[in-house]
Ligand binder design. Structure first.
Ligand SMILES: O=C(O)COP(=O)(O)O
Ligand SMILES: [Mg+2]
Length: 223
């Protein structure tokens, strides 16, 4: 095995490492139904995922009749309760994810998660999937405080610091991820199988992969 060029590889969670659309969508639809709104077919929910669950709920409320800011906090709490109850019913790593994580770990790469999901849910999901021990750190959209979630660079800078520094790359699925990586001056790979808010080729990533088998070679080429 030749020397791998990156000491740290960070991953977005929803739509990048894991297909979480079904469980997020179920929690969202239960919340919308409680609020008397129409619900969404799952493929439609995917476009709301990327900016964090609060943004997902707000966008879905606006799309179904409007978002009343006074009622919003209680609805958000309800969404969180529904999601926590059934966070890993259908959510799984995308195909090839486990072998890819094994491969990077065998090369001595430190692995991290930087997600706009709340940290508590990111940890719960990774724990329920038996993956938490693989990551040196897990940083959520609420970990560092207001204004720090992706596309701001803060989470990725913190990720590199927590991993002890060194050459790092990031992997994501939406403009939030590519924007954050650019702002933090990290190379970034986009996954075409995620919940992208733009066509994958238009995200502006340094490379686009269609399967996790392609990640290690793509990172090696980037460097
Ligand atoms: O849940 C979301 O909307 C965002 O999560 P992600 O940053 O892991 O894609
Ligand atoms: Mg994502």
């Amino acid at each position: 095995m030749s020397e791998f060029p990156y000491a740290i590889v960070g991953f977005d969670l929803d739509g990048t490492l894991c297909d979480t659309a079904y469980d997020l969508g179920t929690a969202l639809n239960r919340t919308l139904a409680f609020a008397g709104r129409t619900t969404f077919a799952l493929p439609e929910v995917r476009r709301f995922i990327g900016g964090g669950s609060g943004q997902m709920l707000r966008s879905a409320l606006i799309a179904t009749g409007g978002c009343d800011e006074e009622a919003f906090p209680a609805l958000q709490d309800r969404l969180f309760a529904y999601y926590s109850e059934a966070i890993a019913v259908h959510s799984r790593l995308f195909p090839g994810g486990e072998a890819m994580l094994d491969d990077l770990a065998a090369r001595g790469v430190r692995l991290a998660v930087a997600t706009n999901k709340r940290e508590v849910f990111a940890r719960q999901l990774l724990e329920e999937l038996g993956l938490i021990g693989r990551f040196a750190t897990v940083i959520g959209g609420d970990t560092l405080g207001p204004g720090t979630s992706k596309p701001a660079p803060d989470m990725l800078r913190e990720m590199v610091a927590r991993c002890g520094g060194g050459r790092a790359a990031f992997v994501g699925d939406t403009t939030f991820d590519i924007g954050a990586a650019r702002a933090a001056a990290l190379p970034v790979v986009a996954v075409s199988f995620g919940f992208h808010d733009l066509p994958p080729a238009d995200l502006g990533a340094d490379a686009v992969i269609d399967h996790f088998d392609e990640l290690v070679p793509a990172l090696a080429r980037l460097a």
